[in-house]
Design a binder for this molecule. Structure first.
Ligand code: AMP
Ligand code: GLY
Length: 426
């Protein structure tokens, strides 16, 4: 197939890597094009500099270049309706249309869908003024959970014991729209990805993300500083990972997908269920309408079924004729290398060295995010620069490989967490 992958992050690089693993004879089974891609993807596949959020531009490119499948990585093109334009031209696309993508783009929409579908989630109050927000904060009490309603590039959520900070966050985001005040939920977090063709869902293997910047879950929320998969501790509580996944499908994913189908906005793409396992049961903290970053970097390396087949079957509505994806028993750990100053004010333009030495560590791959080639140097161009991914027979091995590889990379001021998957390795 000719597959166009939209996006420029480590998630998209991980998708490209998984697609390149599919072989036909001596070569890759597919011709892959990334738009706009990054330096890592450019070393492996064709990259084109087009505006991935412009539906007409993407559609014109896909038609002129005989693209068989478009895979949308980030949320921005989805919320901008790029998948709608492609679908209107009968181009198979993995990614929901604008209306279904509101599951991620509008927390109010997501809460309404969950409400209608009786999907368990935290109680929340939508507020439009500071007075309403303050009242809701005092009703729920500490710890306070304050969420911007719309897309906020990972900066919209604040969880804090500090009432003044909660009010300040609400004040800021009220300038941009409404704000949700939510009940605080306590428990382990799980990211579960489900492929959806609008009616049927097939699960991928669960992962856990580390959202805070610093070791011990301290510091500000980020896009994600690391992840691991699978989650062996799920078996302690649910009997097995499969039993957990089945419960999420029955109580969360299918009701949500059915509700969206009933409303005439079928969800075709990746339903990302962000879950908290509270003592009262599994609760949704958020849905995303796309693969998670960095969880994708640990889920896809473990996928043994061909990714392209699953993405195409989702796009053309034939998932029900496919078996559940199969995963390797190997584990995967990823650690994100971020620029100095991330997340507030990342310093960019600094040189990255040592990637070849890092790649020489067994089981290690690198998913590039914010990288570019400048003459013959590789430079960091943003906050989250790359994800080092390591597989191994167990978490101790995968972690030591990932950290050995990171130790071989140098980036002035670079930051990374040292405790990714530490607990699960014990
Ligand atoms: P989100 O952007 O919705 O994924 O939220 C970012 C992070 O904030 C989540 O991964 C959780 O760690 C935390 N969070 C969000 N909602 C809640 C909640 N209701 N209770 C506790 N923590 C939450
Ligand atoms: N890792 C969190 C996200 O992709 O939203």
């Amino acid at each position: 197939m000719r597959i166009l992958v939209l996006g420029s992050g480590a998630r998209e690089h991980a998708i490209v890597t998984a697609l390149l693993r599919e072989r036909a004879g001596d070569g890759p089974a597919h011709h892959i094009i990334a738009a706009p891609g990054n330096a890592g993807m450019a070393a492996e596949v064709e990259v084109v500099g087009l505006d991935a959020t412009n539906g007409s531009v993407v559609t014109e490119y896909a038609l002129e270049n005989d693209v068989d499948l478009v895979v949308v990585g980030p949320e921005a093109p989805l919320v901008a309706g790029v998948a709608d334009v492609l679908r209107a031209h009968s181009i198979p696309v993995f990614g929901p249309g604008r209306k279904a993508a509101a599951l991620e783009g509008s927390k109010t929409f997501a809460k309404r869908i969950m409400d209608e579908a009786r999907v368990p989630t935290g109680r929340a109050v939508r507020t439009g003024t500071l007075a309403e927000a303050t009242t809701a904060l005092d009703e729920f009490g500490a710890p306070y959970v304050v969420k911007a309603d719309g897309l906020a590039a990972g900066k919209g959520v604040l969880v804090t014991d500090d009432r003044a900070a909660a009010i300040e966050h609400a004040t800021y985001w009220l300038q941009h729209g409404s704000v949700l005040i939510e009940e605080f939920l306590e428990g382990q977090e799980v990211s579960l990805f489900l492929l959806s063709d609008g009616h049927t869902v097939l699960p991928l293997s669960p992962a856990q993300d580390f959202k805070r910047l610093l070791d011990g879950d301290a510091g500000p929320n980020t896009g994600g500083m690391g992840a691991y998969s699978p989650l062996p501790w799920l078996a302690d509580r649910f009997g097995s990972e499969a039993d957990f996944v089945e419960e999420v499908i029955e109580t969360i994913a299918l009701p949500t997908v059915r509700q969206l189908a009933t409303e005439g906005t079928p969800f075709i793409g990746l339903l990302y269920a962000g879950l908290i396992l509270t003592e009262q049961g599994v609760r949704v903290i958020e849905f995303n309408a796309r693969f998670g970053d960095p969880e994708t970097q640990v889920v896809l390396p473990r996928l043994e079924s061909p990714l392209s087949t699953l993405l195409l079957a989702s796009a053309n509505g034939s998932l029900s004729s496919h078996a559940a994806p199969v995963f390797s028993s190997e584990v995967a750990v990823t650690v994100v290398l971020a620029s100095e100053g991330y997340p507030d004010a990342p310093i960019t333009g600094r040189e990255l060295v040592g990637l070849d030495a890092a790649l020489a560590v067994p089981g290690v791959t690198i998913a590039h995010a914010a990288t570019a080639r400048l003459d013959d140097r590789l430079v960091a161009t943003g906050g989250r620069v790359l994800s080092v991914v390591a597989t191994g027979a167990g978490f101790t091995e995968a972690r030591s490989r990932a950290y050995e590889a990171l130790g071989r990379i140098s980036l002035e001021g670079g930051q990374f967490r040292r405790d990714i998957a530490a607990k699960v390795a014990e």
